[in-house]
Structure formats: structure tokens, C-alpha cells
Design a protein around this ligand. Sequence first.
Ligand code: INI
Length: 158
Amino acid sequence: MSTIKTVEGNFQNASARYGIAVARFNSFIVDKLLDGAIEALQKHGVMDRDITIVRVPGAYELPVAVKKMAASENYDAIIALGAVIRGGTPHFEYVAGECVKGLSHVSMESGLPIALGVLTVNTIEQAIERAGTKAGNKGEEAALTAMEMVSLLRQLDS
Ligand code: INI
């Protein structure tokens, strides 16, 4: 049997506090991601009082809101949810790019796990597929990632 130590997160973090930052743009998709995220947290024992939803206008606004949330020290992890759907203009590239770059920057600066539940897709159909139909629910996946990372970082701290 191997004697190599492995450190890995699990989903037993019922005592952690989760912030969910949600973009209102494309809310018919993002609301499904939010439902998936909340269900995943509740299924693993997270209490409603340990979940806070923060709403912003669009995905572009997620990084600045998440930065404030991280600085507040009120959360053990933040789940960022949005849907950027390609249109006929380069706007998509800027919104999607700045959103993902900004969230990654905040995570590295703060040391807080920030789960990326922001869809960046070419079509509405692709968004629907990832919001609880044939390609799963990326909000649920982001919530599970947040839980796993809280657990992992706690173990790495100890
Ligand atoms: N915001 C989104 O969340 N998704 C999009 O697809 C989108 N598109 O395509 O324009 C979008 N734009 C708004 C942007 O996030 C800002 O709210 C806006 O530019 C004001 O700063």
C-alpha cells in the first residue's frame, strides 16, 4: 500500500458560510443556475442562514461585488453566477473576458475560493443545456466546487 499523503476536499462543510453573487442579465438562465447552486448547498447540509445572495446587473459587475464580499470576511467561499451569451458584436468578448479575469484576480488576491459559475456560450441553446438540462447545471457544479475548496483550504491551513 502506498504511504503517499493525499490532501483532498470533501463535501462535509455544513458549517461554512457561502455568498452567491448573481448577475441579473439573462436571468431566465441565471435563475436556474441559482436554483442548482442553492439545492446543492442545502443537500449537503448548509443552512439557509449561512447562504447570502448578492445581485448585480450583469456579469461585468460580478468582480467588484465579489471583491467587496471577499473583503467583508463574512464568507468562506463565494459562488459567482452569470450567463454571457455571444451576440453579433465584440461586447461578448469584453464582458466574458473581464468577468473571468476579474474573478480570478479577486480569488488570488483574497485567498478565498471563488467558484466560477458563469456560462460563456455561443447560443441560448448552449446556455439552456448547461442550466439544468442535458449538460447538467453549472450553478450546482460551482456550489460543489466551492464546498470542496473550503474543505481543502481548511485542511491545508491546519
Ligand atoms: N451581461 C451578462 O451578464 N451577460 C451578457 O450576455 C451580456 N451581454 O451580452 O451584453 C451582459 N452585458 C451587460 C454587462 O454585464 C454590464 O452589466 C453592462 O455592460 C453595464 O456595465
